[in-house]
Design a protein around this ligand. Structure first.
Ligand code: NDP
Length: 450
């Protein structure tokens, strides 16, 4: 990574590189935050004196464990489990679990680090953490997924608790997996501690609108960015990457607000649907039948095209919502988007834009929302789920969505105002990093050197 950091943080960054070799995604996430902190440390020397940057970049606790499980023909497999409990200054560790073959310590640490600032931006009492496994649920039977989840929780349960550490879903972990994980936690501990996991089914402690929250929130954030430019989503063409939880509900909300979502994708390719994605059919194919976007294209027929290996960013659009995975939008993609006249890019996924891609977009004056702000609606609604669990209450969809809308507006405004306060008007990356950092730093400062 290029050494463009402010001299107040560059030696710290070098030290982080030296002490965490091979964790490229973690380095990238740290670099992105430190890149914007120079002016904050200049204004608040007590933050540097208290060693806050060094402490915030070092997880409070890192767990790595063996997860043995047996497949349907009796073969034994050994996966690796992770939980990084990064920062609890603001509340219990909170962040999802990712099940994907690419998961390693560097990925979990990048996600956990981002989560600290994201959770701080929500204004709620939640700290940052993340976890997962290199287990690949794709192509596995329900019984195999259940046995894996039970084995994973048999180790992890001792580190969790509604006041300690509260996981949720992420890539490869949806309602099915949360159900199996919760069941095993309940069995081992003999406690129906609903607030220990979020993303539960609405019939047994889950919150209305949690499934929709990350995607919906991302679009609500986009709406706020467009409003600052006297625009709205009505009539705009939107490109969405991915077709999982975040992508599906980003597409749904964009269409509810009058936009046309012209493309979605998965790791096999993308579909181009100029009349607008049929989100009800896409949900049926993905969530009920566990199919692929190619199946969607086949079922939809007509002029819908499936492009094997195709990239959504080549499809002309006004708004781009990367909702699949990290580093999926490169500098070349960004140049294509700019050439096609893109107005706004909001990250539904975590760190989907490469640093070079983000630079191209920001230099071109595109409204660019980093994931830690734009996708915070999911974790915010998880905190609302914890709130409902604590009071043994269940709110309506409308009430929960209203709270989500208010949270997304407040995150937008916090990023916007903080960027202005630091002389970076319109820079949502600086605004999000600084606003999130300030909240955690104040809490850490008050709580002493721990
Ligand atoms: P899902 O597992 O539901 O969906 C992931 C989607 O991204 C799938 O379409 C998948 O395609 C695609 N994808 C995943 N990895 C890759 C890859 N390496 N290359 C190409 N495509 C890929 O996950 P979510 O929707 O929950 O998560 C998506 C992103 O949003 C992640 O970055 C996650 O961290 C972030 N996020 C999720 C939140 C949530 O509430 N779920 C909250 C905040 C952020 P395929 O099926 O082919 O693998």
């Amino acid at each position: 990574m290029a050494a463009t950091l402010d001299p107040s943080v560059d030696p710290l960054y070098r030290d982080i590189l030296r002490r965490n070799p091979g964790q490229e995604e973690f380095h990238q996430a740290v670099h992105e935050v430190l890149d914007t902190l120079g002016p904050v440390l200049a204004r608040r020397p007590e933050f540097a004196e208290a060693g806050l940057v060094e402490r915030i970049a070092e997880p409070e606790r890192q767990l790595i464990f063996r997860v043995p499980w047996t497949d349907d023909v009796g073969r034994v497999h050994v996966a690796r489990g992770f939980r990084v409990e990064f920062n609890s200054a603001l509340g219990p560790y909170k962040g999802g679990l990712r099940f994907h073959p690419s998961v390693d310590l560097g990925i979990v640490k990048f996600l956990g680090f981002e989560q600290i600032f994201k959770n701080a931006l929500t204004g709620m009492a939640i700290g940052g953490g993340k976890g997962g496994s290199d287990f690949d649920p794709k192509g596995r039977s329900d019984a195999e997924v259940m046995r894996f989840c039970q084995s994973f929780m048999t180790e992890l349960y001792r580190h969790l608790g509604e006041h300690t550490d509260v996981p949720a879903g992420d890539i490869g972990v949806g309602g099915r997996e949360i159900g199996y994980l919760f069941g095993q936690y309940r069995r081992i501990t003999n406690r129906h501690e609903a607030g220990v996991l979020t993303g539960k089914g609405t019939g047994w402690g889950g919150s209305q609108a949690r499934t929709e929250a990350t995607g919906y929130g991302c679009v609500l954030f986009t709406k706020e960015m467009l409003r600052m430019r006297d625009r709205d989503l009505e009539g705009l063409r939107v490109a969405v990457s991915g077709s999982g939880n975040v992508a599906l509900y980003a597409a749904e909300k964009a269409q509810q607000l009058g936009a046309t979502v012209v493309t979605v994708s998965d790791s096999g390719g993308c579909v181009v649907d100029d009349k607008g994605i049929d989100t009800a059919l896409l949900k049926q194919v993905k969530e009920v039948e566990r199919g692929r976007v190619a199946d969607y294209a086949e079922r939809r027929g007509g002029e819908v095209r499936y492009v094997p290996g195709g990239r959504v960013w080549e499809v002309p659009c006004d708004v781009a919502l990367p909702c699949a995975t990290q580093n999926e939008l490169t500098a070349e993609d960004a140049r294509t988007l700019v050439a096609n006249g893109v107005l706004a890019v909001a990250e539904g996924a975590n760190m989907p834009t490469t640093p070079e891609g983000a630079a191209v977009l920001r230099e071109a004056g595109v409204a660019f929302a980093p994931g830690k702000a734009a996708n915070a609606g999911g974790v915010a609604t998880s905190a609302l789920e914890m709130q409902q669990n604590a009071s043994r209450d269940a709110w309506s969809f409308a009430r929960t969505e209203e709270r989500l809308t208010a949270v997304m507006r407040s995150i937008h405004d916090a990023c916007h105002e903080t960027a202005e306060r630091y002389g970076r008007p319109g820079d949502y990356v600086a605004g999000a990093n600084i606003a999130g950092f300030e909240r955690v730093a104040e809490a850490m400062l008050a709580q002493g050197v721990i």
